[in-house]
Design a protein around this ligand. Structure first.
Ligand code: AMP
Length: 539
């Protein structure tokens, strides 16, 4: 039958055009790395994104080229999101918290042609520069007056670069399957893997994420994404807010309780999103200073399991509704969000809290199932736990530059273990992937084990995550020594110095006579995690 509806491609540039046309005077407020507060509007952002697109064109950037960023949440980063992707190139956001060797690997693997960076990261960029052969120029995201005296030969100034350009750029009518963004995840073993988003996947994700069952965002909202723009696109908020016409408030590098609170109150923030560790800092600040929120009404918490006590504290002490969410880099990232249904409204607060502690229901577009070791689907009865599998238009199909599919029978194995109840509410019960998540960031247990066993006295080592009140999880080394050798806890901890980022260094070491293994000789991490689940780490 003949096609009867328009074939308009789903493009990221449409978001910023829509925001300008319908919410042109809505503000985007940023705490700058330079220290002050900057404010402008969606209209200004679109104009400057177009100037940036013109500048990139003149630098020779073409459709499909990768452009890296090492930057906080701020308006210039927002302009790069739209300027780079809008012209058809790929916005590659890089996590500055990774070990420099990993950052160099990621930039080289992505073959980034240009690297935009906030001034905070100048020392990092200077140290990395000699190892980055594909970078044609580094662009400091600042103005002429703040340009640093840098040890970089090919350094450009962001404001100079764009001010030389006209704002009359026509966003190209790209194919909607054109790649738009790239984000690496340092999941399980080996090197980080890239997830390459497309315009189409991003727009579908945006539609679903703004709906009342998900972020529930509108032009009456003021949104402060605490989740970094270098971590799965700040969970899509730079796109979702443009589609909703919501005011955006970017916190820059100041993520401490006092700085966040000042922005929440000063800008009338209604909605926010971030990992539990950040909220711990904000909650402890408002509690110890005896403060209340005057406009903040809802926050999305995910990235790690949100402790039930945090949900209670936000809701019962501060009247802020918590929406527990689960997702991953491979899912753009939203998979589930935990909102109550009509039938829950009449339940007691305690019963509601129990529902809200779960990771939530799939948002429309995401399909989920749990399977046993043989791949058989398990029932959604809230009891059976199995490997969580997902599929949908914003779920990864294969990793960047990987020949082989990342799927099993058309489904992506998340590496999380979960149950799903009859109402569709999913709860993570364990993790089959062998990684540790500390303050919302991954630590590879394999990397930590490899370092431990490279010590001449260590025969075998297993590294597991143990619960931590602030960071959610911290690494613990369980080590077996070689015969007739001695090694202390402090010596082994010291051995990690310079081999891995400081925040990844294990918190403690336990020496054992032997470690448990599976029948195939693999370390039996499930048993170790169970045995040490109540382990008290040193303060
Ligand atoms: P990332 O790709 O860094 O966003 O990490 C995704 C992973 O973080 C998931 O596969 C889970 O293991 C974990 N995760 C994300 N959200 C939650 C949550 N609400 N509860 C428990 N684990 C979570």
């Amino acid at each position: 039958m003949q096609q009867s509806m328009m074939q308009r491609p789903l493009l990221i540039s449409a978001l910023i055009e829509f925001a300008e046309a319908n919410h042109g005077d809505t503000e985007i407020v940023s705490r700058r790395v330079e220290g002050d507060i900057h404010r402008y509007t969606y209209r200004d952002a679109n104009r400057r994104a177009k100037q940036l697109a013109n500048a990139l064109k003149h630098l020779g950037v073409k459709v499909g080229d990768r452009v890296g960023t090492l930057a906080w949440n701020g308006y210039r980063h927002f302009e790069i999101y739209y300027g780079v992707s809008g012209m058809g190139a790929i916005t590659h956001t890089i996590n500055p918290r990774l070990f420099p060797e990993q950052i160099a690997y990621i930039i080289n693997h992505a073959e980034d042609g240009y690297l935009f960076f906030d001034l905070t990261f100048l020392p990092l960029v200077e140290a990395l520069a000699p190892k980055l052969p594909t970078i044609k120029a580094f662009i400091a995201m600042t103005d002429r007056g703040h340009m640093p005296d840098a040890k970089l030969s090919n350094l450009l100034c962001y404001e100079d670069l764009i001010s030389a350009e006209a704002a009359d750029f026509e966003w190209p009518p790209l194919d909607e399957n054109t790649p738009s963004g790239l984000c690496y995840t340092s999941g399980t073993t080996g090197n980080p893997k890239g997830v390459l988003y497309t315009h189409r996947s991003t727009i579908y994700h945006t539609y679903a994420a703004m709906s009342p069952e998900a972020f529930c965002l509108s032009s009456r909202d003021v949104v402060l994404p605490v989740v970094p723009m270098f971590h799965v696109n700040a969970w899509g908020t730079p796109y979702i807010c443009a589609a909703a016409g919501a005011k955006l408030v970017f916190p820059g590098p100041a993520l401490d309780g006092a700085s966040l609170y000042a922005l929440f109150e000063g800008e009338g923030v209604t909605m926010s999103a971030g990992v539990p560790t950040v909220w711990m800092g904000l909650l402890s600040y408002v509690k110890s200073s005896n403060l209340k929120f005057s406009t903040f009404k809802e926050t999305v918490i995910g990235g790690s399991a949100c402790p039930p006590a945090m949900i209670k504290s936000f809701e019962h002490e501060f009247g802020v509704n918590v929406v527990h969410a689960w997702g991953m880099t491979e899912m753009s990232p939203l998979g589930t969000m935990c909102r109550l249904k009509l039938k829950h409204q009449t339940m007691s607060a305690e019963q509601q809290d129990a529902v809200k502690a779960r990771q939530g229901r799939a948002i429309f577009g995401v399909e989920m199932k749990i399977v046993d070791d043989e791949g058989r689907t398990l029932p959604n009865d809230g009891k059976a736990a199995g490997d969580l599998m997902v599929r949908g238009p914003w779920v990864v199909d294969r990793y960047f530059k990987d020949e082989k599919s990342a799927l099993v029978d058309g489904w992506f194995a998340t590496g999380d273990v979960a149950n799903i109840d009859a109402d569709g509410y999913m709860q993570i019960t364990d993790r089959s992937k062998d990684v540790i998540k500390s303050g919302g960031e991954w630590i590879s247990s394999i990397d930590l084990e490899n370092i431990a066993v490279s010590h001449p006295s260590v025969f075998e080592a297993a590294v597991i995550g143990v619960p931590h009140p602030k960071w959610d999880e911290r690494p613990l080394v369980l080590a077996v020594l070689k015969p007739n050798t001695t090694l202390t806890r402090d010596e082994l901890i010291k051995f990690y110095d310079g081999k891995i980022a400081k925040w990844m260094v294990p918190d403690d070491v336990v020496f054992l006579d032997k470690l448990p293994h599976t029948a195939t000789g693999k370390l039996l991490k499930t048993q170790l995690r169970e045995d040490y689940k109540n382990f008290k780490l040193p303060a």
